[in-house]
Write a protein that binds this ligand. Structure first.
Ligand SMILES: *[C@@H]1O[C@H](CO)[C@@H](O)[C@H](O)[C@H]1NC(C)=O
Ligand SMILES: *[C@@H]1O[C@H](CO)[C@@H](O)[C@H](O)[C@H]1NC(C)=O
Ligand SMILES: *[C@@H]1O[C@H](CO)[C@@H](O)[C@H](O)[C@H]1NC(C)=O
Ligand SMILES: *[C@@H]1O[C@H](CO)[C@@H](O)[C@H](O)[C@H]1NC(C)=O
Ligand SMILES: *[C@@H]1O[C@H](CO)[C@@H](O)[C@H](O)[C@H]1NC(C)=O
Ligand SMILES: *[C@@H]1O[C@H](CO)[C@@H](O)[C@H](O)[C@H]1NC(C)=O
Ligand SMILES: *[C@@H]1O[C@H](CO)[C@@H](O)[C@H](O)[C@H]1NC(C)=O
Ligand SMILES: *[C@@H]1O[C@H](CO)[C@@H](O)[C@H](O)[C@H]1NC(C)=O
Length: 501
């Protein structure tokens, strides 16, 4: 009988232990992804990657296999859905971890709330420069994909390498998600020693290539961010005006959509294909450096199959796993590593700030290779520079890589110095940059307005979205008719707002 009671006690202790263990290792994860498949980070694309990581952790052995992730997927629509879902859910129970959202404005609201609630957020988005400030409202944000400022480091390295001094940023601004706007903002934010001119244009307006070409003459480097069709229009116009003769460098930035750059990106099947191919000989592309290792092949195949079974098909990029997919996979691994460490030091899953700090300043093995997080919780980025290496065939190759972890710019064997050497303009650039200074400053209004918005008004933005859009448009309209002096004054006040922000 005593044997039985002893056993009973043991059994009780054991099951109690097991119970508390599973209780404490039960981790509630909320993932915000859009159901809409036009986004490269849609649910059907990314969810299988998160499931893959979950399965991998389960089979990895203790202590990861003891973590039970309850993963809830919620819709995000790049406006307010994610925020509302989070608030509704938190009425019942706050999650332990949030993955996403990707879209800048939506992420801002969610991260702000999560930081206040001490919940870690990991996103493969939220790439705008404003999120780099982790001191206050974005304190719990870890960015698992390289931000736009990290991308800008690549340009910074290339500019240094070739002593270029002036840049002209031409970008499309949809005033909604504003991806290109935030992309070029990264360059503006980082490269403060350059003379930069900007040229935003609205998504819906017809492209005024004459106006653009006029502004290109006095700059060395032209950086484009816009949809592929418009890039082609500008390159064709530049080619016709003979700007593609070595006096100017042209770049476009396309980080995520692999089907819109590289081989054949000039081809549209119209009568201008031949001309476009020649023009694109001067268009270089900055994109993310993609690495592969054996496991990645398996990962890609599994994700592709799973995505297709979730209804994702008829898309150009189905075959390729993009950075969002890869990032969200690695996000779960990173969290597990950090949580394990935090628990070892006696903290529990509820200590969001402790877990967040364990995710920063570390390197770990992701699905596609090493992932290195900087001390600010932002991933160090590796980027590739692509250029057309065979003009007759119109094919592209990666000609150089930039490694964010050590800041090194490494030209590869396909790299041709001549291709990147500016003709003529070098000697006269000092006067030119002086002359364009005033213009450059006035053209920066858009970036500055957005930077202020980006840090201070992100939440308010969407509540008042309609109003804002009209205001901006009115402002842009009236600005054309105001005198130069007024414009200067207004910029000064915006500028000082920015510096105190
Ligand atoms: C998906 O998003 C695109 C772009 O924002 C939009 O045009 C389209 O209407 C959306 N589709 C659905 C089904 O909501
Ligand atoms: C390139 O074209 C520009 C504009 O037509 C011209 O001013 C310049 O002299 C040309 N440079 C070379 C190296 O051909
Ligand atoms: C990617 O690029 C292709 C080719 O330019 C385009 O058709 C497609 O709509 C783009 N996808 C997204 C999600 O932007
Ligand atoms: C990927 O690896 C797993 C486990 O090693 C295996 O079961 C699966 O069949 C592989 N998938 C593919 C598409 O090769
Ligand atoms: C969380 O961890 C920090 C140390 O990083 C500690 O100062 C704080 O008291 C902990 N908070 C809770 C609620 O345990
Ligand atoms: C980051 O990690 C390195 C070594 O891993 C350490 O020497 C350094 O002090 C850490 N930096 C911060 C700010 O924690
Ligand atoms: C483009 O095509 C060429 C020739 O077919 C090939 O060598 C090269 O790898 C391709 N580039 C890319 C980026 O796929
Ligand atoms: C920088 O890091 C990359 C990738 O880790 C490595 O291949 C390269 O050799 C490093 N370069 C220098 C100069 O340390």
């Amino acid at each position: 009988m005593s044997l039985f009671s002893t056993l009973g006690v043991y059994f009780f202790l054991f099951s109690h232990q097991a119970l508390t263990n599973t209780m404490s290792d039960e981790i509630d994860v909320v993932v915000f992804l859009p159901k809409n498949d036009t986004y490269l980070f849609s649910y059907a694309r990314v969810a299988p990657a998160i499931r893959y990581a979950q399965l991998k952790l389960k089979t990895a052995g203790a202590p990861y296999s003891d973590f039970h992730f309850n993963i809830h997927f919620e819709n995000s629509n790049c406006v307010n859905d994610a925020l509302f879902h989070l608030v509704d859910r938190a009425c019942v129970k706050k999650p332990d971890l949030i993955l996403g959202p990707v879209c800048e404005y939506e992420a801002a609201a969610v991260v702000r709330l999560a930081s206040h609630w001490n919940i870690p957020v990991i996103s493969a988005g939220a790439l705008a420069a404003g999120f780099s400030n982790k001191n206050t409202e974005f304190s719990h944000l870890t960015r698992i994909a390289p931000s736009y400022v990290k991308m800008a480091e690549t340009f910074s390295a290339i500019f240094k390498h070739f002593s270029w001094k002036t840049a002209f940023l031409i970008y499309e601004d949809d005033k909604e998600e504003r991806n290109c706007y935030f992309t070029v903002e990264g360059i503006y934010h980082l490269m403060t020693d350059l003379t930069i001119k900007t040229y935003p244009f609205s998504h819906d307006d017809p492209l005024d290539t004459d106006d653009i070409i006029q502004s290109i003459y006095d700059t060395q480097v032209v950086i484009l961010c816009m949809e592929a069709r418009k890039i082609r229009e500008i390159m064709l116009a530049a080619h016709r005006r003979r700007l593609t003769n070595g006096t100017h460098m042209f770049f476009n930035i396309e980080l995520f959509n692999a089907s819109s750059y590289g081989n054949g990106s000039w081809r549209r099947g119209d009568k201008f294909d031949n001309e476009a191919r020649q023009a694109y000989a001067y268009l270089n592309t900055v994109t993310l450096l993609r690495t592969v290792k054996p496991e990645f092949e398996n990962f890609s195949m599994e994700i592709k199959t799973a995505s297709e079974s979730m209804g994702l098909n008829n898309c150009q990029d189905c075959g390729s796993v993009n950075m969002f997919v890869e990032g969200f996979h690695d996000a779960l691994l990173l969290y597990a590593v950090a949580l394990k460490e935090a628990m070892k030091s006696g903290y529990n899953k509820k200590n969001g700030s402790e877990i967040t700090s364990k995710m920063w300043n570390r390197t770990f093995e992701g699905i596609a290779g090493q992932v290195s997080m900087d001390v600010n919780g932002d991933r160090n980025g590796d980027f590739s520079l692509m250029a057309m290496t065979d003009v007759n065939a119109g094919t592209y190759e990666v000609v150089a890589n930039y490694f964010g972890v050590n800041g090194s710019f490494q030209p590869l064997s396909a790299f041709k110095y001549d291709h990147f050497t500016l003709q003529g303009i070098q000697r006269t650039h000092a006067e030119i940059s002086d002359a364009s200074c005033g213009l450059g400053v006035s053209a920066l209004t858009g970036v500055i307005v957005g930077a202020v918005l980006g840090t201070a008004m992100l939440t308010a933005f969407y509540f008042f979205r309609k109003n804002y859009r009209i205001t901006i448009e009115r402002r842009a309209h009236s600005e054309e008719s105001t005198s130069r002096k007024h414009r200067q004054l207004r910029e000064d006040s915006i500028r000082s707002n920015l510096s105190t922000a």
